[in-house]
Design a protein around this ligand. Structure first.
Ligand SMILES: Nc1ncnc2c1ncn2[C@@H]1O[C@H](COP(=O)(O)OP(=O)(O)O)[C@@H](O)[C@H]1O
Ligand SMILES: [Mg+2]
Length: 347
């Protein structure tokens, strides 16, 4: 097994999932009117630890590689390179990077996903009993056990147990999200990845469901990977945040520190894109506001991939790739991180 091949530092006691040097490369058609095969580095050397009981936020514009990271951790995709280490219930560490389907099965119980679109991720022909109980059927529970558990799960997510015989169309978007959450909880997982889970909901409904997720986290000692393109969404729920751009982490650290004083121009720009409820706090400066589109990931810019959109870029940025390094308690991938004074939000 690969565990012997890789000599890697031990996983700290407080860590549930350790992602190390993760890569996922796709072969896509590009250039020369689509006749050229290119390598698209959807995830390109990503490393982070998710601590037990915390919420780890993963943010970045669409196409930055967030969903691919989640799919790699849950082993919905095979890894191109890297390691995913997972702490099991008995505290032992398992390297799941190249486990087959059968070996992954007991681990899959522990890792669940909540999706963005509650409309398309729930089979309209199944009752809530069947939808929420389905993962239990696969694991061989009896009908009576499943009925009891589904009733319990429905009340956990703030829905009435009598709803078990209804179909998803009878429910609102926010309620359907709760059905998805109940289903994710069915096998008592340790870890849940929420991929743009509340992004499609109205602000007030999204806030209610975020509160629900936080209550459930406390009640069941859950660890979350919370993925969103909206940095404003993660401020209150995440303990730590990683910001991704074109398959790489460009900034990572404690949420409060990162919001108060970001060190990467991309983070500053994402923060400025967050709508401020108080007009006096709204940015009137053009500086740092995101310009242009996300580049084609199969043909990224030279040097720092963010440099064509960066308000602070120098010649060095176009020529030399920055490394992720420690700057004032954050990890930052920017040549000028020490000298820039960027705007944060809050106190
Ligand atoms: N199955 C795939 N085949 C080819 N390219 C893919 C595939 N899945 C994702 N990509 C590409 O990988 C990059 C990252 O995608 P994704 O992880 O979905 O980003 P995000 O979730 O941040 O929007 C994008 O450029 C996307 O087009
Ligand atoms: Mg995505």
């Amino acid at each position: 097994m690969s565990m012997n091949k890789t000599i890697s530092p031990p996983v700290p006691d407080d860590v549930l999932i350790s992602v190390r040097g993760l890569k996922k490369h796709f072969t896509v058609k590009g250039g020369n009117r689509g006749r050229e095969l290119r390598t698209l580095k959807a995830v390109d050397d990503v490393s982070f630890d998710i601590r037990k009981g915390e919420t780890f936020g993963l943010v970045g514009e669409s196409g930055s590689g967030k969903s691919t990271v989640a799919r790699l951790i849950l082993r919905a995709y095979n890894l191109t390179e890297g390691r995913v280490l997972f702490r099991q219930k008995d505290e032992s560490i398992i390297d799941i990077s190249d486990l087959g389907d059968k070996e992954m099965r007991p681990v899959r119980r522990e890792m669940q996903m909540i999706f963005q679109d509650p409309y398309s991720s729930l089979n309209p022909r199944m009752t809530l009993l069947d939808l929420i109980g389905e993962p239990m059927v696969v694991h061989g529970y009896s009908k009576a056990e499943i009925a009891d558990r589904v009733a319990e799960l429905l009340s956990c997510v703030g829905l009435r147990p009598e709803y078990a015989m209804r179909y998803p169309h009878a429910f609102s978007g926010g309620q359907r999200q709760r059905i998805g959450i109940a289903r994710a909880l069915a096998l008592s997982p340790a870890f849940i990845a929420a991929d743009e889970a509340v992004s499609a909901l109205d602000v007030s409904v999204a806030a209610q469901n975020i509160n629900l997720l936080q209550d459930l986290q406390e009640q069941f000692h859950l660890t979350y990977l919370f993925i969103t393109h909206d940095l404003g969404m993660v401020e209150h729920i995440s303990d730590r945040i990683a910001v991704m751009y074109l398959g790489q982490i460009v900034e990572m650290g404690e949420t409060d520190r990162l919001f108060a004083r970001p060190r990467h121009p991309y983070t500053e720009a994402l923060l400025k894109a967050v709508p401020q409820p108080d007009p006096r706090q709204r940015s009137t400066e053009k500086r740092g506001v995101l310009k242009g589109e996300v580049p084609d990931a199969s043909d990224p810019p030279s040097g720092c991939p963010f440099h064509p959109r960066c308000a602070y870029a120098s010649d060095r940025c176009a020529a030399e790739k920055p490394l992720l390094r420690d700057v004032d308690g954050l990890q930052v991938r920017c040549h000028h991180a020490e000298t820039l004074t960027l705007d944060g939000v809050g106190a």
